[in-house]
Write a protein that binds this ligand. Sequence first.
Ligand code: NDP
Length: 477
Amino acid sequence: ARAQIGVTGLAVMGRNLARNFAHHGYTVAVHNRTPARTRELIEEFNHEGAFVPAESIEEFVAALERPRRMMIMVKAGEATDAVIDEFTPLLEPGDMIIDGGNAHFADTRRREAALRERGIHFVGTGVSGGEEGALNGPSIMPGGSVDAYAVLGPMLETISAHVDGEPCCTHIGSDGAGHFVKMVHNGIEYADMQLISEAYDLLRQVTDHTPAEIAEIFRGWNEGRLDSYLIEITADILAHTDPATGQPFIDIVADAAGQKGTGRWTVQTALDLGSPVTAIAQATFARVASSRGELRAAYRAMPGGIRPPVRHDEAARFVSQVEHALYASKVIAYDQGWTMIRDAAAEYGWDIDLGAVARIWRGGCIIRAAFLDRIRAAHAANPGLVSLLAEETFAAEIADAQVPWREVVASAAHRGVPTPAFSAALAYYDTLRAERLPAALIQGQRDYFGAHTYQRTDRPGTFHTHWAQPGRPETEV
Ligand code: NDP
């Protein structure tokens, strides 16, 4: 037994993570259900480092140093359970299984509890960055026990992306915390992508810029506070010309967005936790709506905007307003994600360092962005920070952005350009900012039809108005 780590499941992600471990000097046992993939890896990449190919699970387990450390990189879901069931009879107490697949955190909690009974550490681990990240340094979000992290942490930190010399990997919290945080990462990713797409659509429809011109605008934004991987690739996509037709690439792509389900999980879970992740939800629903061809056809002939595009000489001003709106909405979307992580930490007893979450997302993952360093700093300065808007510099930026933000959302409404995520972010801002909300009326309605009672603003207690009785008397209940 000489491999310090093993990887089973050698499709793109597993293969690249195995190579990443090998590049850092680890001896890596490699195994795949279909042995052809294992052979391919050895044929193509054996020269890159020390691999121990295993055709059977017995061979694989025998190749691992004790306590054994094995990473599962198979299709998330039933395949993960199948692989766990196959391997656990061959493992011993103290051995460690890392699940790097995109598991639902509830599955991870279940698996961790079951394996803990047998003395096996199960470390559900979020891995972000796609195949390129897996090879050259992903953002890694491990859950599981502190004891397991003491052993696995240094290895995972070594292969992770690094920013300013710091690894994009930290122990997130116990059992399913890592997969939970990865799920929220993807939810935020959905929101960020939708916000960027809405900004593009506004610049296209309201100021009549060409995709190539918008690419240049995004390149400019990427030099400032919006500096991020998603803005960078957006500029590249918008600048790309379809070789077959000579048309802008963006115009030949069908406008029906796909999804693999992590955004949906985020929204479903947020509803259970009572976390108001409205921008993430709108982004998820926007993808769904874009794919509903029949519904879109039914609405298509309906009248639209009631104002012309902005005048040419006002275009530069509008572009600047959109930058403000995008930035402010983005801060809100990220803030909603962090709120959800806090809510889950309270619900599941996870001790999550919210600043560290921002730190490990600065590199390797899809939402990597310059401003995550500021989120890190805000949480580091105040570990009890309830919201980014409770931090001075973010608050000042959002205060500064609010007029252009409102102008953009109003402009979109006037011109019939859909901005569900911009609008949701602004409505969230106004909801939480409000001195009084019409929730008071909701309470009145609930008490009227269902005797659901209400609290008063002027004295403590729970009250019910007898709406059907003459004079509508109130009683304290
Ligand atoms: P896939 O999700 O396409 O899964 C293919 C792998 O799963 C193959 O190795 C396959 O083996 C194995 N497999 C499927 N069913 C079983 C089974 N019942 N028993 C044993 N092995 C099985 O591979 P990816 O590399 O794309 O992703 C791996 C994991 O990483 C997934 O959970 C994915 O969600 C996650 N992930 C993916 C990212 C990405 O960008 N692709 C990013 C981050 C995480 P065989 O060759 O025998 O069919």
